[in-house]
Design a protein around this ligand. Structure first.
Ligand SMILES: Nc1ncnc2c1ncn2[C@@H]1O[C@H](COP(=O)(O)OP(=O)(O)OP(=O)(O)O)[C@@H](O)[C@H]1O
Length: 656
């Protein structure tokens, strides 16, 4: 008996014999020990489940609706597996085998075979819609391969139930993302058993698993490339475009389906301007974020391009992956991440002083133009703020605002910062080179602060860039067109610098197409109450402190001070006062004692205190002025007098 259980003896066994062996196995537990261990264990479980071994036909058919639901759930498995099953079935045509697919719940989803084998499988209950769970039909290869997560063949009498011993089956589990999602098998009359069947089934399962994994990766790949904000194109060595994502077709303004399979020349033609790019791609050269302007029909495509050669093991896989980054998008990223961000707008610029307002008005009206502008004024007067506000009000507002402080950079670095450099341009130059501020600021605004500190030799290079509207990186020879609005600023007296041959007159004129002279704070003392009020609010908020006030006397002192550091100094004084002053109202004494802030109070204000009526009038006037933040019209309105009357009183008390 033990010998009969050996695989090599099975083939020739007549039906009566296999049936007898099956019977003996059920009746004599000692004989069952001769079964393979995994089959033995399965039989033990089948007894435990109380499976009716004498079943002549299966009662395991599920209702149509449940079956439809199971098929819907395994739709993607069926879509992948059925073509593989069809192919397998073709190979074994005429040999009596049916190919079978079941889901993870052992529902038989699909059977494929030739007519004769399907006819047999119907008689043997190997049909769709049946459930082959061990709990229901005892030991069977479909369920056992999934339980063991390994391929297995089960021969006739090794099945637990009588109806199943007609056949021999080989099954392999289908595993996806580490989970068993079904099984594929081949079943035939037991006498057709072959040692090769299991190998075929394993190969089919492997193939299905690979397709599932590949489909998933290509889905991820598609979602990733389609959601990329950069264009991606793959070109093989003879210039055939083999892949293009949606973004790339948008950038190049071509239909991706039209160009895949076409040659790169069909897009970029033989235009000399495109030659460098086409040659780079077809010759498998490398580019890293190079700003190129390509021409396609009437369109000019301005992009940062990266070309990476593909080195496949197979020569047919060689080619180049090209990444297109739209320069406008790069610019807005640059604007967000590099240099200073432009937060200030004209609404943030405080000051009603007529001289200052005149400057602001010119700045506002010239925002729309591309002419260079030169901001002249002492340190801290608001040149940077005005430059930012101009950018934010201009058509370039969504592109970068880049600022470079020419005085803060070592002399030898200014050129590379401004114009960029190519790889190997000098010792210590970064691999792949570096993009300069001019290129980064493309379509935006470049704020050249402390322009008066630029060395003479660089002034020549700067002038050339401004005139030619293109830069050549240091160590390079390619002209890169740039469209940048220049706002330059200095606190030096440039006329004097020119007279001393330290600044080029031609650059001065070139930069100062529009020239703004921003008044120092001491010349706009009437703006001090407004500025004080504004900064007190901002600073208290920043430090989470309750809003503080400045006493009338302190305000007058602030208005009389010279402010060599201008608005920046005023901000600092107020910040210290907010941090240190014990009371909600910061008085003159505090400024004097804590900040060494020595400002004479207006003589008239003090001397008038002797005369009662005048001192009362002065007190009311000062308080109303303060309440109205030194706005004379509002003060006049509150006091019910004319503006002229207020001016007369201010003159009388020497407050003008
Ligand atoms: N009119 C204004 N309204 C509000 N804040 C201002 C105004 N002018 C200047 N400021 C503030 O004063 C400070 C100094 O201004 P800014 O840096 O623009 O001066 P600057 O002239 O560029 O100085 P520097 O020449 O030293 O670079 C900044 O914090 C700015 O926000």
């Amino acid at each position: 008996m033990k010998n009969l259980l050996r695989p090599e003896t099975r083939r020739a066994l007549p039906w009566e014999k296999v049936k007898q062996i099956w019977k003996d196995l059920h009746e004599r537990p000692d004989l069952r020990k001769g079964l393979r261990p995994e089959i033995y264990d399965s039989w033990e479980r089948s007894y435990h489940y109380n499976v009716q071994r004498g079943m002549r036909e299966t009662t395991n058919l599920i209702p149509e609706r449940e079956f439809a639901f199971a098929k819907e759930n395994s739709k993607y498995l069926m879509e992948t597996a059925v073509p593989v099953m069809e192919r397998l079935s073709e190979f074994v045509r005429g040999t009596g085998f049916v190919v079978l697919l079941s889901d993870a719940n052992c529902v038989s989803l699909k059977t494929i075979g030739d007519e004769a084998s399907l006819e047999w499988s119907r008689r043997a209950n190997v049909v769709e819609r049946t459930v082959w769970r061990e709990e229901k039909v005892g030991t069977n290869a479909g369920h056992l391969c999934m339980l063991l997560v390994k391929p297995i063949s089960i021969y006739s009498y090794e099945h637990f139930c009588l109806f199943a011993i007609l056949g021999a089956a080989s099954f392999a589990p289908i595993v996806d993302k580490g989970r068993v999602i079904g099984s594929i098998g081949m079943v035939a009359p037991y006498e057709r058993v072959s040692h090769h069947t299991l190998g075929m089934v394993v190969a089919a399962a492997d193939h299905i698993q690979s397709i599932l994994a590949l489909n998933r990766v290509s889905k991820y790949h598609q979602v990733i490339t389609d959601s990329m904000s950069d264009g991606v194109m793959v070109v093989d060595l003879d210039g055939t475009i083999t892949y293009m994502n949606e973004k790339c077709s948008k950038i190049l303004r071509v239909g991706s389906t039209d160009v895949i399979g076409a040659n790169i020349h069909s897009i970029f033609g033989t235009k000399p301007e495109n030659q460098f790019f086409v040659n780079t791609v077809t010759q498998g050269r490398t580019l890293i974020d190079d700003l190129l302007v390509l021409y396609h029909g009437k369109n000019q495509i301005r992009c940062h391009i990266t070309c990476t050669p593909l080195h496949g093991t197979n020569p047919t896989d060689m080619g180049t992956v090209v990444i297109f980054r739209e320069s406008e998008r790069m610019n807005s990223i640059v604007g967000k991440w590099i240099g200073r961000s432009t937060k200030m707008t004209f609404d943030d610029i405080i000051g009603n002083n007529p001289k200052f307002q005149h400057c602001v008005n010119i700045a506002k009206t010239t925002c729309q133009s591309d002419s260079s502008i030169l901001l002249l004024g002492e340190s801290g007067t608001g040149k940077d703020v005005i430059a930012q506000a101009m950018h934010n009000e201009s058509p370039r507002k969504n592109n970068p605002f880049l600022a470079i402080n020419c005085a803060a950079l070592p002399r030898e670095l200014i050129a590379s910062e401004l114009f960029g450099y190519e790889e190997g341009a000098f010792t210590g130059a970064k691999k792949g080179g570096n993009v300069g501020k001019f290129e980064l600021a493309n379509q935006g605004t470049l704020f050249l602060d402390e322009i008066g500190d630029v060395p003479l030799d660089l002034q020549v290079a700067l002038l050339r860039v401004l005139e030619e509207k293109s830069v050549i990186r240091m160590g390079g020879n390619k002209l890169v067109p740039v469209n940048v609005r220049i706002i330059a600023a200095t606190n030096r007296n440039l006329e004097e610098e020119i007279a001393r041959n330290r600044f080029r007159r031609d650059l001065y004129y070139r930069l100062g197409v529009i020239r703004l002279i921003i008044p120092p704070l001491r010349e706009r003392a009437d703006d001090i109450p407004l500025l004080v009020h504004h900064f007190l609010g901002l600073i208290c908020k920043r430090f989470g402190k309750p809003l503080k006030k400045v006493s009338l006397q302190a305000m007058e002192a602030l208005m009389n001070y010279e402010w060599p550091g201008n608005i920046r100094e005023l901000q600092n004084v107020l910040e210290s006062a907010i941090q240190l002053a014990p009371d909600d109202e910061i008085d003159y004494e505090f400024f004097k004692q804590n900040l060494g802030f020595e400002t004479p109070l207006p003589v008239t204000a003090e001397s008038n205190t002797s005369e009662d009526s005048s001192s009362e009038e002065l007190r009311i006037l000062r308080e109303t002025l303060l309440r109205n933040r030194y706005n004379k019209s509002a003060t006049a309105k509150e006091l019910g007098v004319s503006r002229q009357c207020i001016y007369r009183r201010l003159q009388k008390y020497n407050l003008l």
